[in-house]
Ligand binder design. Sequence first.
Ligand code: ZN
Length: 278
Amino acid sequence: MCTAGGGRLDPDTYASPGSFDAARLAAGAGLTAVTALRAGHGDAAFCAVRPPGHHASATESMGFCMISNVAVVAASLADEGERVMVLDYDAHHGNGTQAVFYGDPRVLFVSYHQWPLYPGTGRVQETGIDAGAGTTLNIPLPAGATGDIYLRAFDEIVAPVAERFAPTWVIVSAGFDAHRDDPLTDMGLAAGDYGPLTARVLALVPAGRRLVMLEGGYDLDALTSCSAEVMRQLAGLTGSAAARGIRSSGDAEGPTSAGPGFDAVDAVARHWHQQGWL
Ligand SMILES: [Zn+2]
């Protein structure tokens, strides 16, 4: 289709003549990053790729996504015997990544997302099937949810589930459209929320096994400041950015709190308790 000049893959997703080449580069970036990390070239990697990937399944492109970038690298790692945790904090549910690993016990998929919102999946009850039961964790949150809600969900649900799963690699599906300035969603995060959240998940595995891949994010200033905040965490620069001469609005834009979502977190915890997984 791209060779023929491009067109619409679905009502949201326009492909140009260069889109397929860009998508292949994005999908391969995670594999390149893993090779570099294993060679000792760094402690962590940030793949600043577009198009994003988390709405694409193994067979279908949708929602601005052509190939599931995170699923490509997660599947590669799992085939090598690794236990892979994917944390997706894009404001939309990562339905494509979930679909690829829904019955696969080697990959723990965790998604925070606004509910209700496109694409309409990601209910609390979607927890995996067959051998993959209990390795999909969905945390649907109401519009306006703030950083304290995300951290509470992490500490009370994500952390114990992850500890039981015992990942050997962590991949973050880093969409920044849960920022309060994003034009496509209604969540309440600020740049300063992404540092603590990302730090918590990265700490689950040793340095050299940490990969972050860009997903959505449609306010370009927010995309810049949130990416910078996450890269500061990857680089271990958790002190004052200003003192280190690093430009980051994460300092000026501190963590948020007091938004809605406590009941939603309780509902997830209750369901996982009932299943005996928490
Ligand atoms: Zn998104």
